[in-house]
Design a protein around this ligand. Structure first.
Ligand code: RFL
Ligand code: PHB
Length: 389
């Protein structure tokens, strides 16, 4: 087979890139290891920056997002007996949209189907060849049969555990990592959200987050031990613990119910440099991971897609390699700022096992400053709604 861009990974980055390229007449083939049902069964991000919404609009996939997504123009932060609000629209005149990654992915799959796009599921043993030449190709197996795609470029959109990043030779690749000593236990339940805005809670018992998907679908998280297993936590134990970590007036109105999904995610900050090697470009979680506290993972994946999409469109329009040559630098400049924000917010909101009394005082001082300073709130709002591309 032949295509212009071979895309490895059919998560949100890969699908969005494929759909955007198609609308500019650039062909692509998406290779995905899992079934579509598996990809759509993963419950992940919930908060979309304006930049991602704009890309979905450009991709022709934003109709349902606009009809069903919720505009949030602020968020709540609690600690001790305090709860305060950071107002996004007042400080930076931009809201975020609460709309699940699952729905973003579903909308993109539908658009690719409608356009007759090629997405090959259940691929195995994907190998990238000659990415540092002018004629790269990808081999893989599907149903035990060997296949080959010849292409101009390869987009590595295959997440943290994919093959693309590891294709870049070790003497070229640099990795930067911080692993946090805790995870997030997440529960999805068909109950009305406790508040119409998200609540990020710093409690002496550990972090908690109250989020949502729609008027009758709530998403809650609590900080947990890395040794915990989802099955160790009964629904009752989860709700009891959540109530102890959020302000009492919110706990009193929390509607509980059976969980329809329960999972644990470890927290990590990770960046690989460079994000380009020859004709291979890394996008999204394949190149970087953030702890979910700042809601930046999917949004940073989207900014990578933006830079790569424009670089490829320029290349196919007039042979310009300017965008391609600056892809890694442009993408990384924004990635590192998202890393900084996610690390800062995570550090301020969680309990760390080795935390000293001094560290605790610093957390409270950071929170007090954020509560009382318009400048600090503006900086938080600017980062949360998304830095410009
Ligand atoms: P994905 O979604 O991991 O997709 C990669 C795809 O590649 C496939 N794959 C392969 N395919 C072919 N061959 C191989 N060898 C392959 N290896 C892997 C995989 O099956 C998969 O389908 O990466 P992508 O597209 O870069 O998207 C990144 C986002 O999924 C991720 O950053 C976010 O979910 C992070 N995240 C959040 N981001 C936000 O912006 N806002 C949020 O509110 C937010 N909340 C979250 C989150 C992530 C979470 N978890 C579970 C880590 C909340 C949580 C709990
Ligand atoms: C979510 O709704 O899943 C969510 C929201 C905000 C975050 C992380 C996750 O910071």
């Amino acid at each position: 087979m032949k295509t212009q861009v071979a895309i490895i990974g059919g998560g949100p980055s890969g699908l969005l890139l494929s759909q955007l390229l198609d609308r500019k007449g650039i062909s692509s083939i998406v290779l995905e290891r899992q079934t579509r049902e598996h990809v759509l069964g993963r419950i992940r991000a919930g908060v979309l920056e304006r930049g991602l919404v704009a890309l979905m609009e450009e991709a022709g996939c934003a109709e349902r997002l606009h009809a069903e997504g919720f505009l949030h123009d602020g968020t709540l932060i609690s600690y001790g007996d305090e709860m305060f609000r950071v107002n996004f629209t007042e400080h930076v005149d931009k809201p975020v949209v609460v709309y699940g990654q699952t729905e973003v992915t579903r909308d993109l799959y539908e658009a690719r189907d409608k356009a007759g796009g090629t997405i090959i599921h259940r691929v195995e043993n994907v190998v990238i060849h000659d990415a540092d030449s002018d004629a790269p190709h990808v081999t893989y197996e599907v149903d035990g049969e060997a296949q080959r795609i010849d292409c101009d470029f390869i987009a590595g959109c295959d997440g943290f555990h994919g093959v693309s990043r590891k294709t870049i030779p070790e003497d070229v690749r640099q990795e930067f990592e911080k692993v946090y000593p805790f995870g997030w236990l997440g529960v999805l339940s068909e109950t009305p959200p406790v508040n119409h805005e998200l609540i990020y809670a710093n409690s002496p018992r550990g972090f908690a987050l109250c989020s949502m998907r729609n008027a009758n679908l709530s998403r809650y998280y609590i900080q947990c031990s890395l040794d915990d297993k989802p099955e160790d936590w009964s629904d009752e134990a989860f709700w009891d613990e959540l109530k102890k970590r959020i302000p009492p007036d919110q706990a009193a109105k929390l509607v509980t119910g059976p969980s329809i999904e329960k999972s644990i995610a470890p927290l990590r900050s990770f960046v690989t440099e460079p994000m380009r090697w020859g004709r291979l470009f890394l996008c999204g979680d394949a190149a970087h991971i953030v702890p979910p506290t700042g809601a930046k993972g999917l949004n940073t994946a989207a900014s990578d897609v933006h830079y790569l999409y424009h670089a490829l469109v320029d290349f196919y329009a007039d042979g310009s390699t300017k965008g391609i040559d600056s892809y890694s630098e442009n993408a990384l400049a924004r990635v590192w700022k998202a890393e900084r924000f996610s690390w800062w917010f995570t550090t301020m909101m969680h309990q760390f096992p080795e935390q000293s009394e001094f560290d605790l005082k610093m957390q409270i001082a950071d929170l007090e400053f954020l509560r009382s300073s318009a400048a600090a709130q503006k900086a938080m709002a600017e980062n949360y709604v998304g830095l410009p591309y």
